[in-house]
Design a protein around this ligand. Structure first.
Ligand code: NAD
Length: 498
């Protein structure tokens, strides 16, 4: 059986290999590989390689770094199908959906290709007589990223192109559930001309994460995953003097007003709820039906949920694949049972779905649950599966209050034909990413991605302008070049301009 190794200093290595974990094919339920689980020694080895590489990479020209990014982008285009299949085989999502995440991740590389522009400093001429001021930004050193299972290509791509283009060297600790995409990307970087040691991969679980959070040679940590771990990472990494960006979980509401095109809204909410089997941090997990939109909306959502084609991610025509693990399948199916026990109406029950020829796969069908209240577990918990809860509200203001009372604030959407309602909604919700008639409003790479409240711990969103800021620190230089004939006296008072 294949063993997936770390990637340190430009090549695969088993490292200490004290432990390994099974990697499953979620569509068949079969164990298909093992991944080595790293610890302190492996993180040490990666930091040593990255620190050595930093000495030369941080001195490389903007032109050289930009060229590597252009090469890397081209390789991502050429290998999109292959990488998509690797992701699908370990995550379970459809190959087309995996290609979508690669495209969205590649857009961050495209943003990084414009490095020459985004890293420009500014210059102030003659701030005092004969004195100019300019500023510029420099890389931090060795930085690390810890990423979740649900986007094994895109979420790391939110981080490493930004870090590497700005002159840092990078250690990725991907999810141990779908680790192969990270090694594939490492090899693409090698082929793009990235020097050894600039991009490294250490596989593992908590011991590898803890080694990163406490390592004195790592300057900054980017994390994306569930909220409890985001809080832990933020606390530990800041306590060890590191810069941290930590994105957490979500419970995203899509509000449907009575004036919306209900067929359009239901279509998009269905795709947003069940796409990638609901395993997206921007998945729609709650539809808030306002006023008399509710009954008709539920009727259309029911029809559409029953039409979703569930199957293995690599089969043509599949719209929704399995969940990532057996434990995830059981958790989601139990949650549907709990919702029914707590008084909700299970309109479409996805439990117990069997896919022909894939009876041991981790499948569950789309579930639609109506009359959900805010006290129920189905509303309070991030289920991270293909379960859409319907909550009914009397007015837009009640819907906004509901969203604002929720501890998460990642994404939200409003379906309406009213510009006034859309403006009120976007100004008043305590959520970081908002869609107006757009169910999954993931920002383009030249904006930054990040939620509010428990969906982002600390203060730093990811990629775009915030990514440049996060991976660099500023210097401001005040310069005077006195002419030989000038006899300027040096004052003892605090310097002011004249
Ligand atoms: P997770 O929190 O279980 O794991 C994320 C990373 O942390 C993995 O690399 C994992 O190995 C590591 N980890 C897990 N347990 C740990 C522990 N006890 N100590 C130290 N490290 C640990 O998340 P997941 O299940 O892989 O991914 C799904 C979660 O990620 C969901 O909550 C989802 O909303 C969230 N997510 C958020 C965003 C966002 O942008 N806000 C994007 C994608 C996913």
């Amino acid at each position: 059986m294949k063993t997936i190794q770390h990637w340190i200093n430009g090549s695969p290595t088993a490292g200490e290999a004290l432990e390994s974990a099974p990697v499953f094919n979620p569509a068949t339920g079969a164990e298909q590989a093992h991944v080595v689980l790293g610890g302190t020694a492996d993180v040490d080895a990666a930091v040593t390689a990255a620190a050595t590489a930093f000495e030369t990479w941080s001195e490389s020209s903007l032109t050289q770094r930009t060229q590597v990014m252009f090469n890397f982008r081209q390789l991502l285009v050429e290998h999109e199908e292959e990488l998509g299949r690797i992701i699908s085989a370990e995550h379970g999502k459809t190959v087309d959906d995996a290609r979508g995440e690669i495209t969205r991740g590649r857009e961050v590389v495209e943003f990084a290709c414009g490095l020459g522009d985004v890293l420009k400093g500014s210059f102030s001429d003659q701030v005092s007589r004969g004195v100019d001021v300019h500023n510029f930004r420099q890389p931090l050193g060795v930085v690390a990223g810890i990423t979740p299972f649900n986007f094994p290509a895109m979420v790391p791509l939110w981080m490493h192109p930004m870090a590497i283009a700005t002159g840092n060297t990078f250690i990725l600790k991907p999810s141990e559930r779908d680790p192969s995409a990270a090694n594939f990307v490492a090899d693409l970087y090698r082929r793009a001309g990235l020097p050894d040691g600039v991009f490294n991969v250490v596989h593992g679980g908590k011991p590898a994460v803890d080694a990163i959070l406490t390592h004195p040679g790592i300057q900054a940590v980017s994390f994306v995953g569930s909220t409890p771990i985001a809080k832990y990472v933020h606390e530990q990494a800041t306590a060890h003097g590191k810069r941290v960006q930590a994105l957490g979980g979500a419970k995203n509401h899509a509000v449907v007003l009575p004036d919306a095109d209900l067929e359009f809204a239901a279509n998009h909410i269905t795709a947003g709820a069940y796409g990638s089997a609901g395993e997206r941090c921007m998945a729609v997990s709650v539809a808030v039906a306002v006023g008399d939109a509710a009954d008709r909306l539920v009727e259309i959502l029911e029809r559409k949920a029953r039409e979703v084609k569930v199957g293995p991610g690599d089969a043509p025509g599949t719209e929704m694949g399995p969940l990532v693990t057996k434990a995830a399948q059981e958790r989601v199916e139990n949650a549907v049972g709990t919702a029914a026990a707590q008084g909700a109406t299970v309109v479409v029950d996805g439990r117990g779905l069997k896919v022909d020829g894939h009876e041991s796969g981790f499948f569950t069908g789309p579930s639609l649950i109506d009359h959900v209240s805010t006290e129920m577990d189905a509303y309070k918990e991030e289920l991270f599966g293909p379960v859409l809860a319907i909550v009914r509200a009397e007015s837009l203001d009640e819907a906004i209050a509901l969203i604002n009372a929720n501890p998460y604030g990642n994404g939200t959407a409003l379906f309406t034909g009213s510009g006034e309602a859309a403006r009120r909604f976007q100004r008043n919700v305590t959520v970081g990413m908002i869609g107006v008639n757009v169910p999954v409003p993931v920002p383009m790479s030249y904006y930054s991605f990040g939620g509010w409240k428990d969906s982002l711990i600390g203060d730093s969103p990811i990629h775009g302008p915030e990514g440049i800021r996060f991976y660099t620190r500023p210097k401001v230089v005040t310069t005077r070049w006195p002419q030989p004939a000038q006899q300027l006296t040096a004052g003892f008072n605090f310097p002011t301009s004249s």
